[in-house]
Design a protein around this ligand. Structure first.
Ligand SMILES: Cc1cc2nc3c(=O)[nH]c(=O)nc-3n(C[C@H](O)[C@H](O)[C@H](O)COP(=O)(O)O)c2cc1C
Length: 285
């Protein structure tokens, strides 16, 4: 991932919030194209077949409903994955589409991830979702409206959207499992802060990270659930988003590394499902 931002990624992570009320005007076509640059096969980190479409309200005869959640949006990005590997598709959509969201934030646009509150039939049709595909996410994108509506306040309040879990509940030392404070995170404090501020479905923040000297392992915490997460668990999208924030934050912090899907075998709680590890590049000098 190499994205050109005007702001620091750590600033973008703070600036970004879910925008559900938009000014009723079209998004500048060039700005939209720039946001969609990361939505290509080049960033297909998980090897899944994902596909993205910009759906413009005025060019679509279908009513694109969001149960009143979104107001004034003129454009929606839709994210579709092949059903061949839903888990990889969900992770990849999170990873790729959050790059688009950060680019949008950088140029003054707002957006909101929608995994549930959209009219499935209308958006399946508008995105041309085929039999072997699943529509995963709908993302309204546009210029933020001035004032939040009452419904938006209620939704944000119910999900506790303004809050995040403390560092110590999300990030741990891989050697002994002790919680990691922001101070103790050292060089990793920027990328970890970016992960902490990432959006997640119903603000569940299901990501847990174990850090060693040379790698950072990402897990989905299933909590008290017994079974493995379903292939189409929306929390895989959350994990992809967290990986995007981490990598962008690491680049800002001057850390170089790469993703590895081999489980490093850290001793992790039984409720943790391994997703990927970010390996710090060895200094060649
Ligand atoms: C994968 C995913 C799915 C989401 N689905 C919905 C949704 O269906 N409806 C909605 O209003 N917000 C949805 N959200 C937005 C979250 O509620 C929001 O990101 C979270 O509460 C944190 O708030 P913030 O984005 O303002 O920081 C979703 C977010 C993510 C990451």
């Amino acid at each position: 991932m190499q994205l050109d931002f005007q702001h620091d990624v750590s600033e973008l992570a703070v600036m970004r919030r879910s925008v559900r009320t938009f000014q009723p005007r079209d998004v500048d076509a060039q700005a939209l194209d720039a946001c969609m640059v990361p939505l290509t096969s080049e960033t297909a980190l998980f090897g899944a077949e994902t596909r993205y479409t910009a759906v413009h309200v005025k060019q679509t005869p279908i009513k694109l409903g969001t149960y009143g959640m979104v107001h004034g949006a003129k454009t929606f990005l839709t994210a579709v994955t092949s059903k061949k590997d839903l888990r990889a598709g969900f992770l990849q959509i999170g990873y790729q589409m959050e790059q688009a969201v950060l680019l949008a934030t950088d140029c003054g646009l707002g957006a909101c991830w929608l995994g549930g509150t959209f009219d499935k039939t209308a958006f399946w049709q508008a995105s041309g979702t085929g039999d072997g595909e699943q529509l995963v996410i709908v993302l309204p994108i546009g210029y933020p409206g001035g004032k939040m509506r009452l419904l938006e306040h209620i939704v944000r309040g119910a999900a506790g959207s303004a809050n995040r879990k403390p560092f110590e509940k999300l990030f741990f030392n891989a050697e002994n499992g002790t919680p990691l404070s922001e101070q103790a995170a050292g060089a990793f404090s920027v990328p970890l802060s970016c992960v902490r501020l990432a959006p997640s479905a119903v603000n569940k923040q299901p990501w847990r990270l174990l850090l060693s000297q040379t790698s950072v392992a990402f897990y989905l915490d299933r909590g008290k659930e017994q079974a493995n997460a379903a292939e189409s668990d929306i929390r895989y999208v959350d994990l992809g988003i967290a990986m995007c924030h981490f990598e962008a934050g690491a680049l800002q912090a001057g850390l170089s590394g790469s993703w590895d899907f081999q489980n490093p075998g850290f001793s992790a709680p039984a409720s943790y499902e391994f997703i990927a590890a970010w390996k710090l590049s060895q200094n060649k000098s």
